[in-house]
Unconditional design. Structure first.
Length: 310
C-alpha cells in the first residue's frame, strides 16, 4: 500500500483515451496497476498498439497491457475512424512502443491484478464495456475486491453516435447492460459532463506550453478538433475519457445524482441509449451515480498539473 488509489483502466485509444492514460500516470494520487484494451474506436490490434505506444512515450513500460475482446458480445464491431483517424491516434508521429503486450488476456490480467491487490481496485472503463462484462461473468467472486467502476459512457440526454446513443454504449449495449446490472458502485461520466471538458484553441495553446508531452496532447487535440468540427460542427473536442480519471483524482469536480440506468438493447432507433431515470418514475433503486455537472476549470488544472509531471 502506498496511499495511492489503485486503478485499472480499460481503453480503446483513441485520442482522449491516450490523454486519460497520461492523466492517470501523471497523478500523484493514482496507482495505475494495469491497462486492458478493447476494440472500439479502432480494431483491437490498433488500440493495443496505441496503448503500448503511449505508455512507452511517457516512460511507463512497467505498467502491464493486455489485449481483450476484439468484438462486442453479440454485435458486429462499429468503429470511429471518422473521429480518431485510421490509426486511432492520427495526428503527431509517436515513436513505436518499447515493450510488448502481456501474454495474458485482458480478463486474466484483470483477475490476477485484482486478486493480488491488498486494497480494492477501481475499474475505469473508457471504451465499450465488453472486457468488463466478460470479466464479471468469469470472476464474480472478485467483485468484492473492486471498489467501484467509474466509466465514460452514456448520456442522460442525447447521443453522439446516433441521436439517442453515446459511442461506447452504442458499440456494445449488451455488455453495458450487464455492467449496469452488476450491483457494483458505478459512476457514469456521460456526455452531459464530458461535453463540458471541451479543449478549444486557448486550452490547446496552454497545453502546447507544457513541454513535450503537453505538445503532443495539443497535437492530438488539433487533429481531434478537425474531425469534431467536420462531424459535430464545433472546434472544442471534448476530453471525454480524462473526465472519468479526473473524477477519481478529485471527486469534488464531478456533481452526480443517483439514478437507475437501463440500457436499450432492442430499439431500432435507440440501440445503446442509457435510459436514466432522473425523475425516479420507475421507482427502481438507483444503480449508478450519474454525472450532471463538472467543474471545468478544476478539471483542466488537474490535467495541466499531471502533464507537467510526466
Ligand atoms: C467516447 O467514444 C470514443 O470515441 C471516445 O474515446 C470516448 O470514450 C465518447 O463518446
Ligand atoms: Ca474511449
Amino acid at each position: 500500500m502506498n496511499g495511492k488509489t489503485p486503478i485499472i483502466i480499460d481503453v480503446d485509444p483513441g485520442h482522449d483515451d491516450a490523454v486519460a492514460i497520461m492523466l492517470a500516470c501523471g497523478s500523484p494520487s493514482l496507482d495505475p496497476l494495469a491497462i486492458t484494451t478493447v476494440a472500439g474506436n479502432v480494431p483491437l490490434e490498433k488500440t493495443t498498439k496505441n496503448a503500448l505506444k503511449i505508455l512507452s512515450l511517457i516512460g511507463r513500460a512497467d505498467i502491464p497491457v493486455a489485449a481483450g475482446a476484439s468484438a462486442p458480445l453479440e454485435r458486429v464491431l462499429h468503429t470511429a475512424e471518422d473521429i480518431h483517424g485510421e490509426s486511432g491516434l492520427d495526428g503527431p508521429e509517436i515513436p513505436d512502443a518499447t515493450f510488448a503486450a502481456d501474454e495474458r488476456s485482458a480478463t486474466k490480467l484483470l483477475a490476477d491484478t485484482i486478486e493480488s491487490s491488498p486494497e480494492p481496485v477501481a475499474l475505469v472503463p473508457v471504451g465499450p464495456l465488453t472486457n468488463i462484462a466478460i470479466f464479471l461473468r468469469e470472476r464474480p467472486d472478485l467483485k468484492e475486491n473492486i471498489s467501484r467502476i467509474v466509466l465514460m459512457g452514456g448520456s442522460i440526454g442525447l447521443g453522439n453516435t446516433t441521436p439517442a446513443a453515446e459511442f461506447n454504449i452504442y458499440v456494445d449495449p449488451e455488455a453495458a447492460s450487464e455492467v449496469f446490472a452488476s450491483k457494483l458502485p458505478i459512476t457514469m461520466c456521460g456526455l452531459d459532463v464530458t461535453h463540458k471538458a471541451g479543449a478549444g484553441p486557448d486550452r490547446r495553446e496552454k497545453l502546447r506550453s507544457i513541454g513535450e508531452i503537453g505538445g503532443i496532447v495539443a497535437e492530438f487535440l488539433e487533429y481531434f478538433a478537425g474531425t469534431y468540427k467536420e462531424i459535430h460542427g464545433f472546434d472544442a473536442p471534448p476530453l471525454h475519457d480524462p473526465v472519468a480519471v479526473a473524477s477519481i483524482i478529485e471527486p469534488s469536480i464531478l456533481k452526480t445524482r443517483p439514478m437507475h440506468v437501463a440500457v436499450e438493447c432492442e430499439g431500432e432507433l435507440t440501440r445503446g441509449e442509457t435510459v436514466c431515470d432522473l425523475r425516479r418514475v420507475t421507482k427502481k433503486k438507483p444503480n449508478a451515480e450519474v454525472g450532471v455537472g463538472l467543474d471545468r476549470e478544476c478539471f483542466f488544472e488537474i490535467l495541466y498539473g499531471a502533464l507537467e509531471r510526466l
